[in-house]
Design a binder for this molecule. Structure first.
Ligand SMILES: *Cc1c(COP(=O)(O)O)cnc(C)c1O
Length: 431
């Protein structure tokens, strides 16, 4: 399998090169040149998630030296539980993607990327520094995945005082080869500093750098596989297709579900749930695509005004009418997020994080409009990670063991002014 840029102005590359590069040289995003088709009935005979992931991802690894390590990579990335649980409301399910070490779905992508990058041969003997700008969840997942991994160092930048207290604790609790930096600035400022460092040739010659941002193909591919595992599990149980409501910011997670469906996995409708950042709902309602500045909401990991993976979706459906038919989308206000968390607790004793609550609210709307069939909301983070929002509306949320382990560790972050030369000096100091 070759990978080409969505902008078609860079050469096609193999998987290893696409993984290490992150962004294509023309500024586009790497996509596989074709979408492999699978045989659902044959795949459904495999009962083990790791094996399903291997089968689904094998075509994407074909022709690349990483192919011989696929089994090991999948064993690392998919050993996490991936349950589909019934909700209290009839014919509704929840797919829980939050059983990884940092309690959000990004653990799958980060662990897969880390495992894959460990097998890409490098001539350079120096450690590779992974830079991550994070609004909360990505940074912890990447830090956890690369923590104590030979040959890597991680520098995570997050906006001070704009992540939840538990997110901040997680980011700072790794130590060793991981440095957490709390920036006096916004998430956009964090991204700007990372971009500037990646474009700084002199700096790159002194310390080899790469990024692990959400547009990396190494984080996108593994998400296809978990949708495959879940859809096949549901197919084995029910013989039918599962419809999904997916909380969406940059459209990475949801696009993976679209790819899984294009591969002919048993997935039916896909509905996106956004927070008040409503660029996608407007587009799928028939308006023009108009990226905007993001606004802050309770579902902070989805505060995105320019969903970066839209470019990949448009590549997949070059025909505008087909594109608009591929998905539908609803925006959910902070008020509705709060109301949903509260009412599901009062009625059913169910707990949801603010991101997942956008999907629950959307599913309630779809049901009230008369949508039938089996639907699952995709739970992107554990509610305990956002206890400062959830607990005032419910009761205390049980903390999963994995999260409790991280919260029990000491945590510290390096403060930094919003200034590139200060960031550069920090990177060069080896901190
Ligand atoms: C990152 C994140 C999202 C948004 O995912 P995208 O792939 O950017 O659409 C939703 N919920 C949580 C908890 C996240 O961490």
């Amino acid at each position: 399998m070759k990978y080409r840029s969505t902008r078609r102005a860079s050469p096609e590359v193999g998987l290893s090169d696409a993984l290490t590069a992150g962004l294509a040289p023309d500024g586009g995003l790497y996509v596989p040149v074709s979408v492999p088709r699978v045989d659902t009935k044959a795949l459904a005979l495999l009962s083990n998630g790791v094996e399903v992931a291997q089968e689904l991802l094998a075509p994407f690894f074909e022709g690349d030296p990483l192919r011989e390590h696929l089994a090991e990579i999948c064993a690392e990335a998919y050993e996490l539980p991936l349950p589909i649980e019934p909700l209290a409301s009839k014919d509704d399910y929840v797919v829980e993607l939050f059983h990884g070490p940092t309690a959000a779905f990004k653990d799958f992508g980060a662990r897969f990327l880390a495992a894959a990058l460990s097998h890409v041969p490098r001539d350079d003997q120096r450690a590779l520094t992974i830079l991550v700008a994070t609004s909360g969840d990505t940074g912890a997942a990447v830090a956890s995945a690369f923590h104590r991994r030979q040959g890597f160092r991680v520098v995570v930048l997050y906006p001070d005082n704009r992540v939840s207290p538990r997110q901040a604790h997680q980011l700072g609790c790794f130590g060793d080869n991981v440095t957490a930096v709390r920036l006096h600035g916004s998430f956009d400022d964090c991204q700007r500093l990372v971009k500037e460092a990646l474009a700084d040739a002199d700096l790159q010659s002194r310390i080899p750098l790469t990024s692990a941002n959400s547009i990396s193909i190494g984080r996108f591919l593994p998400q296809i596989a978990y949708y495959g595992i879940v859809a096949l599990e549901f197919f084995r149980r029910s013989g039918g297709k599962l419809n999904l409501v997916i909380p969406t910011g940059n459209l990475g997670n949801a696009l993976a579900a679209v790819y899984a469906r294009e591969m002919r996995l048993p997935i039916g409708e896909i509905a996106l749930a956004t927070n008040a950042n409503d660029v996608l709902p407007r587009f799928f309602d028939g308006e023009a695509y108009e990226p905007k500045e993001s606004v802050s909401t309770l579902a902070n990991a989805m505060d995105v005004g320019t969903p970066s993976n839209f470019e990949r979706l448009r590549y997949l459906f070059p025909d505008e009418r087909e594109l608009r038919r591929s998905l539908f989308a609803f925006a959910v206000s902070d008020e509705a997020i709060r109301e949903t968390i509260k009412s599901r607790y009062v009625r059913y004793r169910e707990f949801f994080c603010p991101h997942t609550a956008t999907a629950v609210h959307t599913l309630e709307r779809l049901r009230s409009k008369g949508f039938t069939g089996d639907w699952a909301v995709v739970a992107t983070a554990h509610p305990a990670k956002f206890e400062s929002i959830v607990e005032p509306l419910t009761n205390s949320v049980d903390v999963p063991d994995t999260l409790a382990t991280l919260l029990a560790r000491e945590s510290s972050a390096v403060p930094l002014e919003n200034d590139y030369s200060a960031f550069r000096a920090l990177l060069l100091s080896g901190a």
